[in-house]
Design a protein around this ligand. Structure first.
Ligand code: ATP
Length: 689
């Protein structure tokens, strides 16, 4: 193709100018062609420009040495560039049309958990790992995440070079980064199908999102997954797979959530709660508690969580809610049992502190309504929450107006009050409670409480809480666990049947429990707990109960626990309440599939960490064989006065001697005497530890 004639035909004026310029160039001894074309565009400045001169020299050289007119080369490059641009345009148009009519798309927003599941999965895909367009992220690990050998290696290099003490400085900086697909379009294959991923970010103006109420821009990220075909089914499968992989890694973990900061809570639903921990499941057998109580609560929860239960409740007009009250002295295992239960049933835990000064009654209601279908809600130390009836003359004004308005809660209170005639407030008192607070009331309240904080923090009234946990608009399906050290101080309306369906009493350690705690502390990791059930274990004085025997259990299609082998029967009227369970579960198990392993089959994962400083300890380590362990544990338990020490106190004593059981046995008498004296003197300073 002759480009010169093509150009002349297409752009006559331009060529005329070029002809004029070529005369000038000839005078300068420069070649025709490109120079002719460029000079009218550049004016005569090129004669002075050294860069242009260099260009012209190169142009000459190419022309004379290769024997081709460089104009053709430059024209070809220009042509290719234009073709590329046209191709890009066409591609974008056709791809847009194809996406619209022949491709299925699913968008995932970064405000949803599935975004993190998908990102984690994508980061592990070989095609993505090798991609040339990645985003690097600092991969910080949680306290419970396994560390690999290289990470431990860096920790072992202590600055003093002795290798005795671990040193974790700059650990995060030294950790390998995680790579995720960068912003833009990526493609990959999954199960023989071609997928496109578009990661995009946009800034949204949020008029009220900023701190101090200042408007600000918020970054919002979206992942768009596309595949060919009109059905989004392959993308759904991919997302399901990514989720599955995520939870495979998080198996045997319990997720703990707390209410999000106030600013986030305004968005409602999934923004109401934020994950604060992801801890390994607490195995049920690590909670030392009366077997009968364990069995009762396990079978009660199992029945309640069964998929057939909602229909059963609905047919009888009973609200689908279950509440438990765990009460007992501090450090006796109330929180531990709550975690163990969540682990057994694969539920997440939602912890609410009623003392949170930012929490209003509306917030509380919104938090309850945004709970997932099945979960454990934990209200810890409910007695310290300062809950007062709104008609209590001593109650301070609450941060919500819902008290007076809420018909339901008023009715509830009236009902509760009706049970105890003495408690029923007179009309006058009611009237008094509704009077406006003045400065002198406030001063009196301040004096009574010592500081203003205690007033400000009492944002939730009793009626507000009752309304949230079982008001007309309240969430159904959850398991509510309230813990307290002082059950007698709780309002009876709070613990009436329907709100609290089962009470579990925790006490200071019995000798049997002390023995169990001892064995738990010194048994080898992941070992079968033969020691506990060992027939060699001498009976404890004054207890004569046989140690529990290993058993297995499964449940029938209605969720009743069945097929129990080796269990000790302890209930006469409740057929399902006959087993002590250590139930191995995966995350989110179907309640029907519940199976239990032996009571002493620990599912705790052994730690892989090796600590250099342990070398000395290991020398002093005093390992016991199972039969010996059982014997020493019995001797230890015999030295513990029943009901005097909480399991937490015993655990604290044993932890300080965690590798020397014989030393613990030798020192326990002194510790008991010291602790008893300490308790008698009511001092908080430990003379013995
Ligand atoms: N019954 C128990 N079995 C095993 N460990 C226990 C038991 N009770 C307490 N512990 C241990 O003591 C510590 C405190 O226990 P936990 O927080 O469950 O007690 P709590 O009754 O909830 O205390 P508080 O009333 O002060 O909140 C935990 O480390 C736990 O492992």
């Amino acid at each position: 193709m002759n480009f010169n004639s093509l150009l002349r035909g297409a752009l006559p004026t331009f060529v005329a100018n070029a002809d004029h310029a070529s005369n000038i160039s000839a005078e300068n001894g420069l070649p025709d062609g490109l120079l002719d074309t460029l000079s009218p565009l550049l004016g005569m400045g090129f004669q002075l420009n050294p860069l242009m001169r260099l260009f012209m020299i190169l142009y000459n050289l190419v022309g004379s040495h290769l024997g081709i007119d460089p104009t053709y080369i430059i024209t070809s490059v220009g042509f290719l560039w234009a073709v590329n641009k046209v191709w890009d345009q066409l591609y974008a148009t056709f791809y847009g049309l194809a996406r619209q009519y022949f491709m299925a798309n699913i968008e995932v927003s970064n405000s949803d958990d599935i975004y993190y599941h998908l990102m984690k999965w994508l980061a592990a895909q070989p095609k993505m790992v090798d991609s040339r367009s990645l985003t690097a992220e600092t991969a910080s690990k949680g306290a419970w995440e396994e560390e690999d050998e290289s990470e431990l290696q860096t920790a072992r290099v202590s600055p003093d070079g002795s290798g005795i003490f671990l040193n974790f400085s700059n650990q995060e900086a030294q950790a390998a980064p995680r790579f995720t697909p960068a912003m833009g379009v990526h493609d990959f294959w999954f199960r023989g199908r071609y997928f496109k991923l578009h990661r995009k970010q946009e800034s949204l103006f949020d008029p009220s999102a900023g701190a101090n109420g200042m408007p600000q821009y918020k970054d919002k990220e979206t992942l768009v997954l596309s595949c060919f075909g009109r059905s989004p089914e392959p993308i759904k499968q991919l997302l399901q797979h990514a989720k599955g992989q995520y939870y495979l890694d998080h198996q045997a973990k319990t997720i703990v959530r707390r209410p999000s900061p106030q600013a986030m809570r305004r968005y409602g639903q999934r923004h109401s709660w934020q994950q604060v921990a992801n801890r390994p499941v607490r195995p049920m057998q690590t909670v030392v508690l009366d077997d009968e109580q364990k069995i009762r609560i396990l079978s009660d929860m199992n029945e309640y969580l069964h998929p057939a239960t909602p229909r059963w409740y609905a047919n009888r007009g009973i609200p689908l809610r279950r509440g438990y009250l765990f009460h007992g002295p501090p450090g006796t295992g109330k929180t531990s049992l709550s975690f163990a239960l969540a682990g057994v049933f694969g539920l997440d835990i939602y912890v609410i502190s009623l003392l949170d000064p930012t929490l209003t009654e509306e917030d509380l209601l919104a938090l309850f309504t945004s709970l997932p279908r099945r979960c454990v809600v934990l209200l810890e130390d409910i007695d310290t929450a300062g809950l007062k009836r709104s008609d209590d003359p001593e109650a301070p004004p609450t941060s919500s107006s819902s008290d007076d308005d809420d018909e339901k809660s008023t009715k509830e209170q009236e009902k509760a009050d009706g049970k105890d005639k003495d408690k029923k407030p007179s009309k006058k008192t009611r009237h008094k409670s509704k009077k406006k607070w003045n400065v002198s009331d406030l001063a009196r309240e301040l004096k009574r409480h010592g500081n203003i904080d205690s007033i400000e923090k009492k944002g939730i009234s009793l009626s507000g809480l009752l309304n949230a946990i079982d008001g007309v608009a309240s969430h159904e399906g959850r398991v509510l666990i309230m813990t307290t050290n002082k059950p007698e101080t709780l309002d009876e309306a709070l613990i009436r049947p329907g709100r609290v369906d089962l009470q579990v009493t925790f006490t200071n350690a019995t000798q049997q429990q002390a023995r169990e705690l001892f064995i738990r502390m010194y048994e080898p990791d992941s070992s079968c707990r033969a020691a506990l059930s060992s027939p060699l274990a001498p009976p404890l004085t004054p207890f004569s109960e046989p140690p529990p025997t290993p058993f297995s259990l499964s449940s029938d299609k209605d969720g009743n626990l069945t097929d129990v082998s080796g269990a000790t029967e302890i209930g006469d009227d409740d057929a399902s309440a006959i087993v002590v369970a250590t139930i191995t579960t995966t995350k989110k198990p179907a309640p029907l599939k519940l199976t239990a392993t032996t009571l002493y089959n620990s599912n705790s994962s052994s730690s892989s960490s090796i600590i250099a400083a342990d070398r000395d300890n290991e020398k002093a380590e005093d390992k016991l064989r199972p039969a010996e362990l059982s014997h020493v544990a019995t001797q230890f338990a015999a030295k513990i006065p029943p009901g005097q020490f909480s399991p937490a106190e015993l655990q604290g004593f044993l932890l300080k001697r965690k590798k020397t059981p014989r030393r613990a046995l030798g020192e326990v008498e002194g510790w008991v005497a010291g602790m008893m004296a300490l308790k008698a003197s009511r001092t908080r300073v430990l003379a013995v530890q």
